[in-house]
Ligand binder design. Sequence first.
Ligand SMILES: Cc1cc2nc3c(=O)[nH]c(=O)nc-3n(C[C@H](O)[C@H](O)[C@H](O)COP(=O)(O)OP(=O)(O)OC[C@H]3O[C@@H](n4cnc5c(N)ncnc54)[C@H](O)[C@@H]3O)c2cc1C
Ligand code: SF4
Ligand code: SF4
Length: 439
Amino acid sequence: MGLVETSQRQGTPPPSTDPLTLGEIVGNGLCIGCGLCRSIAGAGHVDMVMTPEGRERPVALQELNKSTLAKINAICPGTRIAGPPPAQMNDAALADTVWGSVERLVLGSAGNPTVRYIGSGGGALTALGQFLLSSGRVKFVLHVAASRSMPMRTERKLSYDAASVLEGAGSRYGPAATLVDFNAILDRGEPFALIAKPCDITAVRNLARLDPRVDEQMRYALAFVCGGASELTKSEQVLQRFGLGEEELALFRYRGHGNPGLNRIETKDGRAFEISYRQLWEDEDKWMIQPRCKICPDAIGQVADIAVSDSWLNGGPAVEDEPLNGIIVRTKRGRELFDAAVEAGAVQIKRESGIAEISELQSHQVRKRRAVWARLKGMEIAGKPVPFVTGLALRECASQNSAAENLAEGRGARDRARRGRLGEPPAVQRETVSKDGQP
Ligand SMILES: Cc1cc2nc3c(=O)[nH]c(=O)nc-3n(C[C@H](O)[C@H](O)[C@H](O)COP(=O)(O)OP(=O)(O)OC[C@H]3O[C@@H](n4cnc5c(N)ncnc54)[C@H](O)[C@@H]3O)c2cc1C
Ligand code: SF4
Ligand code: SF4
């Protein structure tokens, strides 16, 4: 796989030997389970499975030919990660090494009180999704929502109206294969918007280089600022706490209905269980974040038109904070959308913000941006494949760390990679396990 390259150039990956197989992408911890490879190769060639570790992963049903693999390597957000076009950075109202291009940065929320309450933080993404539909800018919104039949699982969702967009409000921390049938979505030939993780948007921006329909039809891409997607086993731990089996569930909500709101579980027989956001995330050793997230060069949505974050002004989430988001408008197109949404009352502004404030509110993102270059170098030194990264100023971010810090990050990653700690076992479908632990 290609080397890490950090210039602003939208370069072509260096001619490499053979493209990585799906097994190699997964085995080296580069897959996030977006599903785009399945969509590209076709359901008859690639299946998505839920592994015993609680990760959604692709499995080739037969050996994929070299041209399919080359295409997968070109679009997969585990092998190819590009920043925004250089012109975006050059023309931006503000360009910051860590935070990328910014047209406007505010604290705000949805204008509608119901959306504000139900939304994950302040409901800004849901409000923007609804406004995209009501203003006629797009025909539908591609995002995700809890599965109706298995509410702890997450499925991709197409929303054609405001009520449907609201159904998908909230953060889904477990696996979410947003792009599992993206090709079929393009076949619809209708203008749409994507609301998703930054890596999902990286994947479709990769595809846009190969398929002109992406830029023609995907009019807007909105992201949330992302600390990492957990494995399903993280959610299963919550069930174990209450002695519940997945088959008993009628609802599994991670947060929302308040900011951050409670992690709420309801069973089909009418029982309800709740834990706070702090209880859900109290033990960092049990976050069960997927390996790809630990080397994520763009968890702050630099390739989105607008990226939306949490904003806890009191230092961290309590049970019931003011519904609020950080809203990073990144492109001119995003600016036009944002201004129109504010004008229409769909989104409201609390006040202007800035790089200093968001760096404080999202200090973990700043630390990660500065660490990723050395982590990738460490993996490379260990002989592992790393994604080909362009236009994300990784080296410049690393230069904000001391040489000793970079060395420690690089050595740590090298040693973990050598011990196989950054990789994953081959993807296989897990057996269904009931609450008594029996298959
Ligand atoms: C895995 C994960 C990690 C996060 N880490 C951080 C962080 O480190 N810092 C931070 O500030 N915020 C983080 N958030 C984002 C935060 O929780 C809010 O989602 C964000 O602030 C937007 O709030 P909102 O009120 O506008 O969202 P809402 O109006 O509730 O809209 C959220 C939208 O995101 C979509 N969505 C939810 N989960 C997923 C998913 N897994 N994949 C694709 N699309 C999804 C929904 O379909 C919905 O359309 C994370 C969210 C997730 C899911
Ligand atoms: S990250 Fe997406 S495209 Fe890459 S291997 Fe995983 S599911 Fe496929
Ligand atoms: S941290 Fe990066 S790779 Fe992980 S889910 Fe978030 S955007 Fe995707």
